[in-house]
Design a protein around this ligand. Structure first.
Ligand SMILES: [Zn+2]
Length: 309
């Protein structure tokens, strides 16, 4: 090789090294950036759920204190303007309609051991676990017990706004309370009706829509509650589906559930939708959709009582 050629070859070799080095560096930067984006996404997700749980905690505290941000502001304002103004500005208290509704948010946190057994109905030899774990969103990953509690709390607020006195069998996901105990709590409260709030799961991801379950006319424990329970289940499922638009699978009979068989008042389970179905699952986590679900259930309760039950 001539010395000029050697010289050119040398330059080319240096250039090749520089280019290769640059390419490797860029790939590394791209990988790092991707990692960072993934980490940021994770961070965003956990912040979102933190904010959500904080908001829920604030709502709970407010509802326990019996005042919303709005009413608090009104009261503050009224305080500045004197007693008379306060009386004028205070929101009129909701007039009681004399009805009591017990709501059971189905299941509880996975960490709560409910594996002990209890009779499936009064006097029965057949035993069942005190409570089961329920299903969860195949797409959203939200456990059923969380959805049940969230909807139940919203429903309690809606019904209170309509003049009902309302009791929830659990206020959090940590309470260990069996299906039998929940039904007895509802009776102790003096409930006129007992609403059990659940969501469905199926091995077939195409199964979708809502249904209610009530004791049949041949239920060995509470056959006497069949008629009114049926009227309740029918009113709730029809108003619910009309309001939120999910497929109406109608009223079904079930006689082997402790939470129903131990009830002393008309009772129905609402299976709000299938958490194993993509569209039901995603809908049921949508805030606007949830408010239509809650309105629908409350409309069904109104209609049940309006029909003379
Ligand atoms: Zn359930």
């Amino acid at each position: 090789m001539k010395s000029v050629d050697k010289w050119i070859a040398g330059i080319l070799a240096v250039l090749a090294v520089i280019l290769l080095g640059g390419a490797v560096f860029q790939v590394k930067v791209a990988v790092d950036m991707r990692k960072e984006i993934t980490a940021l996404k994770e961070q965003k997700k956990s912040l979102k759920s933190y904010i959500k749980s904080e908001e829920e905690a604030i709502k709970l505290i407010e509802s326990e204190m019996g005042e919303t941000e709005e009413s608090k502001e009104l009261q503050d304002e009224a305080g500045q303007e004197g007693q008379e103004a306060e009386a004028e500005q205070e929101a009129a208290p909701v007039e009681s309609n004399g009805r009591k509704v017990a709501i059971d948010p189905g299941h509880q946190g996975y960490h709560v051991d409910m594996s002990e057994l209890e009779p499936v109905g009064p006097g029965s030899q057949e035993m069942k676990a005190k409570a089961t774990q329920g299903t969860e969103g195949s797409f959203t990953g939200v456990p059923e017990y969380e959805l049940n509690l969230s909807i139940s709390k919203q429903l309690a607020q809606e019904l209170q706004g309509r003049g009902y006195e309302v009791m929830l069998t659990r206020q959090d996901n940590d309470t260990a309370i069996s299906n039998r105990e929940r039904a007895l709590l509802a009776a102790d409260f003096g409930a006129d009706i007992y609403l059990r709030i659940h969501a469905n799961g199926s091995e077939n991801p195409n199964d979708s829509g809502a249904l209610t379950m009530v004791p049949s006319a041949n239920n060995p424990y509470i056959a006497q509650l069949h008629n009114k329970s049926y009227a309740l289940g029918e009113a709730v499922i029809n108003a619910y589906c009309q309001s939120c638009g999910l497929t109406n699978r109608g009223v079904m009979f079930s006689d082997n559930m402790a939470g129903t068989n131990w009830s002393k008042v008309p009772v129905t389970i609402l299976e709000m939708g299938f958490m194993t179905n993509q569209s039901d699952d995603i809908y049921m986590q949508n805030t606007e959709f949830q408010s239509r679900m809650v309105q629908g259930i409350a409309n069904g309760v109104d209609q049940y009582f309006a029909a003379g039950n």
